[in-house]
Design a protein around this ligand. Structure first.
Ligand code: HEC
Length: 192
């Protein structure tokens, strides 16, 4: 497919100067690793690309070609084989344990998902709580029970292992690793 007046930014693996549009197109066609190209008509430059970007930008003097075959979703033929080796990383076990704890104790009020509203509108989704508080305050809060925040909830305390599992789960849905979260800085104290 050829798009005129379009640039597909990024993913270049080769740049060829002083080339014609037809040469650019056939070079890409001939190379299995080439899935898109942008040709700059004004300068006669051909950019061969490993992949088309998700979008193209308007560029008056360029044409972009995209191999439609490259846009089909890749079938994950290797995935089941990898799982078959029985190497489930321990982190994902901890994550699902964390989710189970939250589902049992918090899910009827708070959203536990990466997106979605809380069942109880006043209760903030736990992903937001996770991102809002410094990591040590969360650890402390979960370990000591969230009682002060919750008039209408029995106080629940979690063991350090459970706290770790909860934080791993919240880390996995937010994409923010608990280990890299900042700790609270007490005013006047120099952080480590
Ligand atoms: C009965 C419903 C209910 C359950 C169950 C519940 N919460 Fe809440 N939670 C709320 C509501 C409502 C609020 C917001 C109002 C408030 O602060 O009192 C809240 C607030 C919070 C906050 C404070 C958020 C902030 O920004 O200050 C935290 C942290 C929290 N919940 C964690 C939990 C955890 C962890 C669990 C499970 C162990 C849990 N909650 C279970 C209703 C609930």
């Amino acid at each position: 497919m050829i798009l005129s007046q379009a640039d597909s930014p990024g993913n270049d693996y080769s740049r060829i100067d002083h080339f014609s549009f037809e040469d650019c197109r056939s070079s890409c066609e001939a190379d299995d690793g080439c899935n898109a190209f942008t040709y700059n008509h004004a300068r006669g430059v051909c950019f061969l690309k490993r992949a088309a970007n998700q979008w193209t930008t308007f560029f008056a003097w360029a044409s972009t070609g995209i191999k439609l075959s490259s846009l089909k979703p890749q079938e994950k033929t290797t995935a089941p084989a990898e799982q078959g080796e029985g190497t489930t990383p321990p982190a994902s076990a901890a994550e699902s344990e964390g989710k189970a704890i939250l589902e049992k104790n918090c899910g009827r009020c708070h959203s536990l998902e990466a997106s979605s509203e809380s069942p109880l509108p006043q209760a903030p989704p736990l992903r937001e709580v996770y991102l809002k508080y410094p990591i040590d305050q969360l650890e402390e809060g979960f370990a000591e029970g969230m009682g002060s925040k919750h008039r209408d909830m029995p106080q629940i305390q979690f063991s350090p292992g459970q706290v770790g599992a909860i934080l791993n789960y919240l880390g996995s849905i937010t994409g923010v690793d608990p280990a890299t979260r900042t700790r609270a800085v007490i005013p006047g104290e120099t952080p480590p």
